[in-house]
Structure formats: structure tokens, C-alpha cells
Ligand binder design. Structure first.
Ligand SMILES: Nc1ncnc2c1ncn2[C@@H]1O[C@H](COP(=O)(O)OP(=O)(O)OP(=O)(O)O)[C@@H](O)[C@H]1O
Length: 470
């Protein structure tokens, strides 16, 4: 593989005009009016002490009192500008995320199907959780057809004895019938090359929008990719997302980010080596893992510890060393990882990604004997999964890759594929863990949330991983 930054797959006459411009949409009818948003998102509590600088000695008591007042205010409020969740009829529970329940529901007035994501009020005294605020604020900026559509935030008063008069909040999303991990694990779902290319185009376009908006997703995986009934792919789950500072904005020191992000199987080498100044390229690695999974139909590298994950990466993508990644030795965990008795960084491993994928990434719609490998697809995958983050294309570059301009070209949607799947994936997988468990290795920590138990051990529950490269 070339040691140059990514350019190879760039479409020769690559210009903006080649791209399908994202359709200009009128501002959505969110139902959350500006005042309510300010009350919920930008507002400060109107406490008796509001604005006063607390005396140093009483600072803590003051803060506690203010938080209690804030909570009281929250609990007493009726949120006149925020719809009550009773505007929706709950139909079924479709997800038990690590961070709250998700329900399928129908809008009582419009009949529109939605997903209601209950916001876990982990520390109720602090009111609306900061992580949820962050998610709402980012999703407001990210109106795009390939990103999950936040319709509004709803509230509900609790009636249970223990939580009486507590307000619960829900994020209301446009409902998507399927998630990619579910589709890939269903052998009845037959995807052609054009389906895969169309979905990858949507995924990269959504990621490009995200990165142009200066947001890192930080949890790219097939389970967080939703597909609507109309066959349009949407990036979802912004619970771990965060805004980022561009590297070259000023001479200011680059901020340090949380390292423990991205589900282990989709985690790139720089994160596994402890990098805290990572870039958008962490999401690009995830896009590469998802692209390969379109053909392998299961996550391509299923390690159960960081060390094992690094070993699996080396076995598939070749040894990690300064020849392929000049700065790798400067990574915080380089020494620790290479000094492991059974080294997490084995040397002398050849890159076999193309070799492994060659037999799978074939053109279709021709007799089997005449099927050739789609070299352009392989070339794109090869760079998305470059060991050196600087050699991975940006989402913008990847969107202009040759592959997307060669026959069969991507279509506006994969509606025809959706027509072959009669019921919503969620309806037969919820509760069984197929949709909820696959690839969902949450050993990352959400900012502001205490680490759930499995995050500490790094263990994937028995039976959920195979120690394999696809
Ligand atoms: N728009 C949607 N349409 C249909 N289902 C959805 C939608 N959004 C979320 N879900 C379902 O709810 C699940 C959890 O949602 P989400 O991933 O946003 O929350 P989370 O708490 O971060 O969950 P997880 O721990 O599974 O990542 C999803 O995996 C999916 O099954």
C-alpha cells in the first residue's frame, strides 16, 4: 500500500457537481418552538440566587440548593411549548439501549410512526441530562436525509408512587423499519452489488455531513445504521457524538478527548493505542468495517479485549509498525502493547484484506463463471481500513471515490430491497437480543455516565463474539 495520503481512488474529474446535491428541505415542523428549546436547552434556572456569585465558603451548598431549585422548577413545569408524550400512542418496545428504552409509537393526529427514546434521568437532581442536551443540540444541526431525523422532544409526568411528579423526557425520531446489523444477519435478505453501493454512498454522505458540521460520531457500527421503509439509510445513535476542533484552526493546543469510545469491533488502531487527539478518521475506519461487513454479513474483527482486537487488525490489515504508520510509536500505549508477552502488536504479518475479500466482492447479474471482482470496491475498502489514520480518505474524499461513479451506479434508495422484507426487523428481533445484542459491545464510556459493569471488564457476554476474522 502506498505511503502517500489518500488520493488514489479519487474520481478523476471529481467536483462538487458530480454529487447529488442534498435535496433542500423546508425547515421541519418540529413542534418544539424556540422558546421551549431555550427553556429546555439554553435556559438558565430562574432560582432565587440566579446570577449571584456564591460566597466561596458556601459555594457547594449554594450549588446544591440551586440544583434542587432547578429540579423543582423542572418538576413543576408544564412545558407548554413541548408536546406531551400522550400525543403519541406507544405500540411496542423496540430497543433497550444501554442508556434508555426505545418505543415504537404512532402520532395520534398525523398517524406518523416514530421511535420514542426515553431519556434516562440518571441523576435526576441535575435535571435534563447534559449528554441528552448534547445529543439534541447536535441533531438539530444535522438535518440531512442520511442522518436520523429528530422530530421533537416530548415530556411526560410520571404517575408511579416512587417517581411521582417527576418529568420524563423523550426524544422523538422518525421511525426506521430496519437496522443494518439486523438486515445483514438475516440470510433471507439478499443484497446485490447496487444495494451495497447505494447504502455505502448514503453512509459516506451522512458521515460527510456530520464531519462538515464538525461532529465526530464515535460509535460507527452496523447496529447504529438505520434504514427507512423507503430504503434510505440514516446514521443514528448520537449518544457518544461530540463536536470537534479542527486541527489547523490556530496555534492553540489540541484538546484531549475521551479515549474509550467506539464499540471494540469497530475501533481503529489509534484508539486502541490510547490516542486522545484523534480525528474524523476514527469514523472512517468504522465505515470501512461496515463496508466489509456488507459482504461478510458479520463484523469482520470480533476481538474480546483491546489486545485481541489489535491482533485481529494485524492479522487482517498487516503488522502495525513505522513502515505503514510513521507515528505509531508515539501513541501512548505503544510500549505497553508491544511489550505484552503475547504481543498485541505482532510483527511480520502480511496485509491479507484484499486477498480475503476478493472472492466475496464480485460483480453480480452475470453468470457465476464470468463474475469478476469489483476492484474499485476493493480499492475503496483498502483505504478506508488503512492502518495510518492520515492515509484514510476523509468522508468528503470517499464520497468522490471512483467506485461510486462506475456501473452499477448508486440509486436514490434501496426501496426494492425493502420491498422484499415483509415486516419491520424490530418486530421480530426485539427482546431476543438479535437486534439489541449484536456488535453492541459497550465498553466505551459515555461522557457524564458512570461506566456500566461490562465496560470495566471489557468482556463481551458469552456467546456474543467469535474470536475470528470473519
Ligand atoms: N429512528 C428509529 N427508528 C427505529 N428504531 C430506532 C430508532 N432510533 C433508535 N431505534 C432503536 O432503539 C435502539 C436504541 O437506540 P439508540 O441506539 O439511539 O440508543 P442507545 O441507548 O444509545 O442504545 P444502544 O445502547 O443500543 O446503542 C436502536 O438500536 C434501535 O433498535
Amino acid at each position: 500500500m502506498s505511503s502517500q495520503p489518500y488520493t488514489a481512488g479519487l474520481h478523476q474529474s471529481s467536483t462538487q457537481s458530480h454529487r447529488q446535491a442534498a435535496p433542500k428541505r423546508p425547515l421541519p415542523q418540529t413542534g418544539v418552538n424556540e422558546l421551549a428549546k431555550r427553556a429546555l436547552i439554553g435556559g438558565t434556572p430562574n432560582t432565587p440566587n440566579g446570577g449571584a456569585t456564591p460566597n466561596q465558603a458556601n459555594f457547594e451548598i449554594d450549588v446544591k440548593q440551586q440544583l434542587l431549585n432547578y429540579q423543582k422548577l423542572f418538576d413543576q413545569s408544564l412545558y407548554p411549548y413541548i408536546n406531551d408524550v400522550s400525543a403519541y400512542e406507544k405500540l411496542s418496545k423496540i430497543g433497550q439501549g444501554t442508556f434508555g428504552e426505545v418505543f415504537k409509537a404512532r402520532c395520534k393526529t398525523t398517524g406518523r410512526m416514530v421511535a420514542l427514546k426515553k431519556i434516562l434521568m440518571e441523576n435526576e437532581k441535575e435535571g435534563f441530562p447534559i449528554t441528552a442536551l448534547r445529543e439534541v443540540k447536535m441533531l438539530e444541526q444535522l438535518k440531512h436525509q442520511n442522518i436520523t431525523d429528530l422530530i421533537e422532544v416530548c415530556s411526560a409526568k410520571s404517575n408511579s408512587a416512587t417517581t411521582k411528579d417527576r418529568t420524563t423526557f423523550y426524544l422523538v425520531f422518525a421511525f426506521c423499519e430496519h437496522d443494518l446489523a439486523g438486515l445483514l444477519s438475516n440470510p433471507k435478505v439478499r443484497m446485490s452489488l447496487v444495494h451495497i453501493k447505494t447504502m455505502m454512498k448514503h453512509l459516506i454522505t451522512g458521515l460527510n455531513k456530520l464531519h462538515r458540521s464538525r461532529i465526530l460520531h464515535r460509535d460507527m457500527k452496523a447496529a447504529n445504521v438505520l434504514i427507512s421503509r423507503e430504503g434510505v439509510l440514516k446514521l443514528a445513535d448520537f449518544g457518544l457524538a461530540r463536536p470537534f476542533v479542527h486541527r489547523d484552526t490556530s496555534g492553540a493546543p489540541r484538546p484531549l478527548y475521551t479515549n474509550r469510545v467506539v464499540t471494540l469491533w469497530y475501533r481503529p488502531p489509534e484508539l486502541l493505542l490510547g490516542d486522545r487527539q484523534y480525528s474524523t478518521k476514527i469514523d472512517v475506519w468504522g465505515a470501512g468495517c461496515i463496508m466489509a461487513e456488507m459482504w461478510t454479513r458479520q463484523p469482520i474483527m470480533q476481538g474480546d479485549t483491546e489486545q485481541k482486537q489489535l491482533q485481529l487488525i494485524s492479522a487482517l490489515c498487516g503488522s502495525i509498525n513505522t513502515q505503514v504508520w510513521p507515528n505509531c510509536e508515539k501513541m501512548p500505549l505503544w510500549n505497553a502493547m508491544s511489550q505484552e508477552p503475547n504481543s498485541a502488536l505482532p510483527q511480520g504479518k502480511a496485509r491479507v484484506l484484499k486477498h480475503k475479500m476478493r472472492a466475496l466482492m464480485k460483480f453480480d447479474n452475470v453468470p457465476e463463471s464470468k463474475q469478476a471482482t469489483d476492484e474499485d470496491a476493493m480499492n475503496l475498502l483498502e483505504v478506508l481500513l488503512a492502518i495510518d489514520p492520515d492515509k484514510r480518505p476523509s468522508a468528503d474524499e470517499a464520497e468522490d471515490d471512483n467506485w461510486f461513479f462506475k456501473e452499477p451506479t448508486p440509486r436514490p434508495n434501496v426501496g426494492d430491497l425493502m420491498d422484499t422484507i415483509p415486516t419491520s426487523q424490530f418486530e421480530y428481533t426485539v427482546g431476543k437480543g438479535a437486534h439489541a445484542g449484536r456488535g453492541r459491545h459497550h465498553n466505551q464510556q459515555r461522557p457524564g455516565h458512570p461506566a456500566p459493569r461490562q465496560q470495566v471488564s471489557n468482556a463481551i457476554p458469552a456467546g456474543q463474539y467469535r474470536d475470528t476474522i470473519f
